[in-house]
Design a protein around this ligand. Structure first.
Ligand code: 2YJ
Length: 270
């Protein structure tokens, strides 16, 4: 299941009122761009200014989310890329983007949110980008994950990508889900499934929360680091005081990784 964003969740994104870079610097020592570059396997000093990005509003299904295209556009601009929202929507907007020479086209319906690299004909999707960005953020916040226990909460699309990335980072990965069988399936990637969700959370201090689950503060261990893309996002007073860091934003880290990874397909060919 994919959570649908609401205008209220993303209202602070275009103007960056949450000041994500400052928060990420405090928690992980990197900016959004720094995390996205690492996630895409690109050097820290990569210049992205040559890329033309078009964001296409999509009306199908439940339709336009007010502020969504503007948020993606602002996120891409903050990475130093050239970006705009197309005038047309759907196929009209896509055609407009191709004709004006966009390098990367970003668009989302109710099920998929992709960045499409027009020249390389390759797509990067939001579940991949979100998992990768939040795994890299957790790694930086923890000072490396080699040999460390990490718990992934939620064995959906983001959780299952996160398991693979965390395994690649050398972590000792555990996974839990309210539907145990979903967690169990991720043992194919080397993660160890845990049946008792609350116990698993209380016994771990490095957590990647990819579940639409409000975690009660009483079960959070002192000094925990949460990399938490899951929405709804809410930590109570007890949880916030016990956690050492809570990394979260409604859209930006995932979308930034998508855009930068998409650019990476062209850069790595040069
Ligand atoms: O173009 C628009 O305004 C809409 N068609 C955007 C739809 C955005 N898509 C969603 O909210 C998806 N359910 C998933 C987004 C994934 C965010 N992590």
């Amino acid at each position: 299941m994919m959570t649908r964003l609401t205008p209220d969740m993303i209202k602070d994104v275009p103007e960056d009122k949450i000041d994500l870079d400052t928060r990420l610097m405090q928690a992980a020592g990197k900016t959004v761009k720094g995390i996205a570059l690492e996630a895409a396997g690109l050097p820290e000093d990569t210049d992205l200014s040559g890329f033309k990005v078009a964001v296409v509003p999509i009306t199908s299904g439940l339709g336009i989310i007010s502020g969504f295209s503007a948020s993606v556009d602002a996120i891409v601009k903050r990475l130093g890329m050239d970006s705009h929202v197309t005038q047309g929507t759907d196929v009209n907007g896509f055609t407009e983007a191709v004709r004006e020479g966009a390098d990367i086209i970003m668009m989302a319906d109710d099920n998929m949110f992709i960045a499409y690299n027009v020249r390389e004909m390759r797509e990067t999707d939001n579940s991949w980008g979100t998992a990768r960005g939040y795994a890299v953020a957790l790694k930086n916040a923890a000072g490396g994950l080699e040999g460390k226990k990490v718990l992934v909460i939620g064995a959906g699309m983001v959780g299952s990508w996160a398991v693979r990335f965390l395994m690649d980072m050398g972590a000792d990965v555990y996974v839990t889900d309210i539907v145990y069988e979903k967690a169990e399936r991720l043992s194919q990637y080397g993660a160890k499934p845990l049946r008792d969700v609350s116990k698993a959370i209380s016994e771990n201090t490095l957590l990647l929360n990819a579940a639409p689950f409000i975690i009660p503060g009483e079960i959070i261990a002192e000094g925990s680091i949460f990399s938490s893309p899951g929405v709804p996002h809410y930590f109570d007073q007890v949880g916030r005081s016990r956690a050492k860091a809570i990394i979260h934003d409604p859209l930006e880290i995932g979308a930034a990784v998508m855009a930068v990874n998409s650019a990476g397909y062209s850069i790595k060919k040069e």
